[in-house]
Unconditional design. Structure first.
Length: 262
């Protein structure tokens, strides 16, 4: 259900950022500067059209796309769900706000996973980047959110302890669990138990550090999820070639990239 502008880690040329389309809404999960430039270059409607085409090709029935196959995308609202405030996840948000407001004239809503992260984002976007509070909306996720959105606290770095999150969403009837940057799978597993057909998007790394999931310490658990009927996709990759070799023949897949329309 998700497509990715990029699936690279912080030091990659194109960093990790996912998105999906829901009618007239284009919903991003994080927005590094590299994703902003793709969206700026192509435009929201072209990105939405490519998304619909890609989902349609990968779905067994037209109904799974949730879209009229003959419809022309007309994006009227942008959303950015924020997992945490590292620059490779939020660095493109202020520029996207400016561009959406002044060029596209499309409203943009930033959804923070907690009140504390909301305060941090407000400081970044308003104080440091100079976006006017009337040019976008900044809200905190709650039980009234669309897409069945549930916020899942996780751990990543000591410096951002308590301020890193993943999400559980329902997109066209499909359960989607997204870890964001994390050093543990534990908070996410309860959302996958007994949910065959769920899609699980998780980060992994070849370089072993305390802040990311080391692939060789995580692979057996990911294989078990796949055996239980969960579709597992890997993102935020620090060495894609190495990781693709490691998962060969396991049924685990790299996160599906955005397909450009030309």
């Amino acid at each position: 259900m998700l497509r990715f502008f990029g699936r690279g880690s912080a030091f990659a040329d194109i960093q990790n950022s996912a998105f999906f389309v829901d009618g007239e809404r284009l919903v991003m999960i994080d927005c590094p500067m590299s994703s902003f430039h793709v969206l700026r270059r192509e435009g929201p409607n072209a990105v939405a059209a490519a998304y619909q085409s890609s989902i349609r090709e990968s779905s067994s029935t037209p109904a799974e796309t949730g879209e009229d196959p003959d419809s022309t995308p007309d994006i009227r609202h942008l959303y950015v769900l924020v997992t945490h405030t590292h620059g490779d996840h939020v660095g493109g948000i202020p520029m996207l706000i400016h561009y959406a407001y002044y060029i596209w004239h499309i409203p943009l809503t930033v959804i923070a996973p907690s009140d504390e992260v909301r305060e941090d984002l407000e400081f970044l976007i308003n104080r440091l980047e100079g976006c006017g509070s009337d040019t976008y909306e900044l809200i905190t996720a709650d039980d009234t959110m669309p897409w069945g959105l549930q916020v899942i606290p996780t751990s990543h770095t000591v410096e951002l302890e308590g301020r890193c999150f993943g999400f559980r969403l329902v997109i066209n009837g499909r359960t989607v669990v997204y870890t964001g940057d994390t050093n543990t799978l534990a908070p996410f597993l309860p959302y996958l138990e007994g949910v065959p057909g769920a899609q699980f998007y998780t980060e992994v790394a070849v370089f072993s550090t305390p802040v990311h999931l080391y692939i060789y310490a995580t692979l057996d658990e990911l294989k078990s999820l796949t055996a239980a009927g969960v579709e597992v996709f890997l993102m935020h990759l620090d060495d894609e070639e190495h990781i693709l070799t490691a998962i060969e023949g396991t049924g685990i897949q790299p996160a599906p990239l955005y397909i450009e329309p030309h």
